[in-house]
Each structure stands twice: as C-alpha cells, then as structure tokens.
Design a protein around this ligand. Structure first.
Ligand code: C5P
Length: 245
C-alpha cells in the first residue's frame, strides 16, 4: 500500500454531485471547498443545471469530471467532445460500447477544439467499460455479453487505449487486470466505493477506499457515502483517514 499524504488522498477523490439542481449541488460543494477533492457532475445535475454549474465549480477552484457517458455515432460524439472541451472540464467520458471509431472521434473532438484555440487545456477522456451496478448475471443474461465481467472490461480498456483515450471507468476489482493489459500509466477511475459499514445501494462490484487505493486505483468516485451523509465534510474526512492509515 503506497503511503499517501492527506492532500494526495484528497486529490484522488471525485465526489459524485448527484443533486437535482445547482443550488443543492453548490451548497454541498461549499462544504467540501478547500479539501482538494474533485467534483463529478453527472446526468442528474447537468440535465437540470447545464454548463453554468460546471463553470461555477471551476471558478471555485474544483477540478471537474463531467460524467455524461456519451454513446452515439462518431460524428455526434466528436461534436459533443468539442463542446465539452470548450466548457473547460478536466475529464469526461464516453461509453466503450460505442466502439473504436466512436472513441477515436471523442479524442479528435478534443484535439479540434484545442487546435481552434477554443480551450486552454485538453481534458482527459476515458471510456466506461461496464457499469459498476452490472453483475455477472446481468452481463450474461440481460446485456448478452458472454464470459466473465473482467474479460469484457479488459477488452473495452484495450480498445479505449488503441483509440487514444487515457483511461477507463471500471470497478476497483478490475484495476489489476486493466493495468496489466494497458500499462500502469493508463488511468483507472473507479466508482463502486463503499467505506466500511456503508450501504451498498444499487452498486454491485464494490471495494473499500483503502483496498481500492492499495489495488492501484488512480481516482475513486464516491457519491452517496459522502453526499447522503448527515455531515458530508466529516464523511469525506473519515474516508481520507481510512485512505492514509
Ligand atoms: O452513490 P455512489 O457512490 O454509488 O455513486 C457512484 C457514482 O458513479 C454515480 O454518480 C454513478 O453515476 C457513477 N458511475 C458508476 N459506475 C460507472 C460509471 C459511473 O457508478 N461505471
């Protein structure tokens, strides 16, 4: 287990701001201001509050992961990636299930927006492999992909790397296999994190923060264990303590 400082641990945490409007999201962000953690803006917040909430979080000094899991034809995803790049997020994602051409188009969209001078920085682009709520049974019997979850995840990770993306979203249980297939520098962002004693909820392939870091995860996405806590700042603090043991 690498020994992490508190700042290093905080910079690995992406808090899922799954809130219904900008006011609720920004009130929560305020409680976590200055901790060094990232903010993850997903569908619930973005569809309600739009780009302005992302700009507001950036202006408050947060790094932002825009989690919209784009999955469309390559031309549409290229345009979406250009727009997201102009918005100035630090990281966004597309679905690995969209295939190589779609993932490459996302990377191209980023390059086009930067080359046009529309963005100061190129965001990192990562691919969703299999949702952390997807169990082995769901993968085989509903989605219709045969074999083990880990094999399906590693296949998408390799495709994402070939397409020029910088990493993947996966379960912390799959990090070792992804790193061994794609290299240690290939970024892993892992939801499905549950501190000891927390509700599993709808997640399926889960791990504690300590074990996730020990397993080589680069970034831990944590939602309800922080956002639904009576005192979110204290919940984050307890997680940081757990990670820096
Ligand atoms: O509340 P919880 O910790 O389960 O939140 C996990 C967050 O990570 C949610 O915002 C969810 O949309 C997101 N996510 C996920 N699995 C993925 C990709 C994103 O759970 N594969």
């Amino acid at each position: 287990m690498p020994v992490l400082t508190r700042d290093e641990a905080a910079s690995k945490i992406m808090v899922a701001l799954d809130k219904p409007d900008a006011a609720a999201a920004l009130a929560l962000a305020e409680q976590l201001q200055g901790t060094g953690c990232w903010m993850k803006v997903g569908m619930e917040l973005f569809y309600a509050a739009g780009p302005s909430v992302v700009r507001e979080l950036k202006s408050r000094g947060f790094r932002v992961f825009l989690d919209l899991k784009m999955h469309d034809i390559p031309n549409t995803v290229r345009g979406g990636a250009r727009s997201i790049t102009r918005l100035g997020v630090d990281l966004f994602n597309v679905h690995g299930a969209g295939g190589m051409a779609m993932m490459s188009a996302a990377a191209e969209g980023v390059r086009e927006a930067v080359a046009a001078g529309d963005a100061e920085q190129a965001p990192l682009v990562i691919a969703v492999t299999q949702l952390t709520s997807t169990s082995q049974t769901v993968l085989n019997e509903e989605i219709g992909i045969m074999g083990q979850v880990e094999d399906a995840v590693v296949r998408y990770a390799k495709l994402a790397r070939e397409a020029g993306l910088q990493g993947v979203v996966a379960s912390p249980l799959e990090v070792a296999a992804i790193k061994s297939a794609c290299g240690v520098g290939f970024i892993t962002v892992t939801p499905g994190i549950r501190p000891r004693g927390n509700d599993v909820g709808d997640q399926s392939r889960i791990m504690t923060p300590y074990d996730a870091v020990a397993g080589g995860t680069d970034y831990l996405v944590i939602g309800r264990p922080i956002t639904a806590a009576h005192n979110p700042a204290e919940a984050l603090d307890n997680i940081l303590k757990e990670m820096t043991l």
